[in-house]
Design a protein around this ligand. Structure first.
Ligand code: ZN
Length: 101
């Protein structure tokens, strides 16, 4: 790996202006002022569908977008509680994975 002046790392695989994981074609909008994008990884599980897409913007900053599609309870109060609980747990997990400690 090499370190750019920005302090961000790049890999030798960044040939032709695209990182090795970039899907190019219609996924990548970097050449039109947008960002590089991976092919979304989809996990269809017993309790829902997870879709993760990796991005890199023009400044070289990486991002991941994670969508989770799950069925909610039929009654509205439980469904609302499930939404809030999922958000709280996701916040906790993201903090564990991306936090400083
Ligand atoms: Zn690209």
């Amino acid at each position: 790996m090499t370190r750019a002046l920005s302090g961000r790392t790049t890999t030798p695989a960044d040939i032709g202006g695209h990182p090795a994981w970039c899907a190019r074609a219609h996924h990548c909008t970097a050449e039109r002022g947008g960002q590089h994008a991976s092919v979304p990884e989809v996990w269809q599980t017993e309790h829902g569908r997870y879709v993760a897409t990796r991005y890199r913007d023009r400044r070289g900053r990486g991002h991941v977008e994670l969508r989770v599609v799950v069925r909610l309870a039929d009654d509205d109060a439980t469904a609302q509680a499930q939404c809030r609980h999922l958000l709280a747990v996701a916040y906790h997990v993201v903090g564990r994975v991306f936090g400083d400690s």
